[in-house]
Design a binder for this molecule. Sequence first.
Ligand SMILES: O=C(O)C[C@H]1C=CC(=O)O1
Length: 95
Amino acid sequence: MLFHVMMNVHIPQGFDQEKLKQLQSEEHERARELQLQGKWLHLWRVAGKYANVSVFEVESPAEFHEVLSSLPLYPFMEVEVAALCRHPGALEPNK
Ligand SMILES: O=C(O)C[C@H]1C=CC(=O)O1
């Protein structure tokens, strides 16, 4: 199953900068793992925002939830999700 996700990260004002750096480093490591596992197919920065557009491929909505909530920055994210399916006009079977 494919999921399109928009993640907006909101760090509370005055949040400890060292703790933030640590969380960001853990987040990058987790993102790396998920990309290497083939679950995080696309990861794009939204220009000018602390936000990304991503596409995940997972087995089920339950796995998707597990993956997303495993992200260290998840508690600071506003997330918009759309489940994807193949478009009949798409030229190639795409992921
Ligand atoms: O920077 C972000 O958009 C937040 C998060 C998503 C992947 C990652 O490494 O950090």
